[in-house]
Design a protein around this ligand. Sequence first.
Ligand code: CP
Ligand code: NVA
Length: 321
Amino acid sequence: MSIKPWQHAESSSLKGKDLISLYDLTKLEIEEILKKCETVKTMHNLGADYKPLKGKTLGMIFEKSSTRTRVSFEVAMWQLGGYALFLSGKDIQIGRGETIPDTARVLSRYLDGIMIRAFSHIDVEVLAKYADIPIINGLTDYTHPCQVLADLFTIYEKKKKLHGLKLAFIGDGKNNMANSLIFGCSKVGMNIAIASPKEFFPDKEVVDKAKADAMMNGSKIILTEDIFEAAKDADVLYTDVWTSMGQEEETEHRKKVFAEYQINQELVSSADKDVIVMHCLPAHRGEEITEEVIEGPHSVIFDEAENRLHVQKALLSLIMG
Ligand code: CP
Ligand code: NVA
C-alpha cells in the first residue's frame, strides 16, 4: 500500500449519515473516505473479497441520465455483497405526483440507503429530511459530491498530496461541478481558481460558505475571466460541459459565451509542466476540451472515471456498513 497521510478518525462518524454536499462533511470525514478508498481499491486490485454489505439494498432514483454514476454504484453494491435497485424517476410514482416526503417514508421501510440523481437540490434535501435511511446525492443542479470525492482521490493518487495544490476549473462557474469543487478543495486546503465569463461566476453564497473552510485550511478561492490567469502554475486543469443536464434550451447561447473557455494544448502548456487534466465526463470534444488533450499525456480522465467505482465502495461501506 502507498503512503497514507490522512489522519485517522477514531471511529467513523459517517455511519448512517447522508451525503448531500461536501460542504456538510468535515475535513476528517473526507480524509476518512479517501483513506478507505485507498484500502478498497488495493483490495479490489488484489482480488480480495470484501463484502460488508451482505443483505443490504440501495435504491437508486434517477431523474436524469447517467452512465458512470449508475454503473459504478450498481457494481459497487454488487461487489460489496449487497443489491442495488434501479428506480427511474419516470417509472416510480414520484413521476405521477406522489410527494417526496411520502416516497421517503415508504422507501425507508424497504431499503438501507438511497442514492438519488435529481433536477432539484431541494428535493434531495426534502428526501433526506423525511427518510430514516442514508441519502446520497448522485448529482443535482447544485452539487455533485460523489464525483468530487473521486476527483480528490485521483489527484491524491497522481500527486501524493492535496494540501497546497492549485486546481483551475475552466467553464461554467455556477454549475454543480464548480460548486462541489469549490467546497471540496476548500475542505482539503487546495487552492481553486474558477475561470468563467463574469455572468457565470460562482454564486456568492457558495463562495462565502467555502471561504471559511479555505481560510481555516490556508487555501484560496480565485475567480477570474482569464483562463490563462487561472491555469498559471496549476497542478490540475479541470473542465465540464458548457451546458449541464436540464439547461438544454440555453445550448446555443452557452456555445457562444463559453467559446474561449476550453482546455486545449495551449492552455495545458501554460500550466505547471506536470499538470494533470481532469473532466467528470461526459465530454464534448471540440467544445470545453480538445480531442488532443483528452487523449494526451496529461489526461487522467479515465483513471478518474474508474475511481468513481472505488470511491462509491468506500462511501457505501462507511455509510451503510
Ligand atoms: N460524471 C458523471 O456523473 O457521469 P454520469 O452522468 O454518466 O453519471
Ligand atoms: N455539469 C454536468 C455534470 C455531469 C456529470 C451536468 O450536470 O450535466
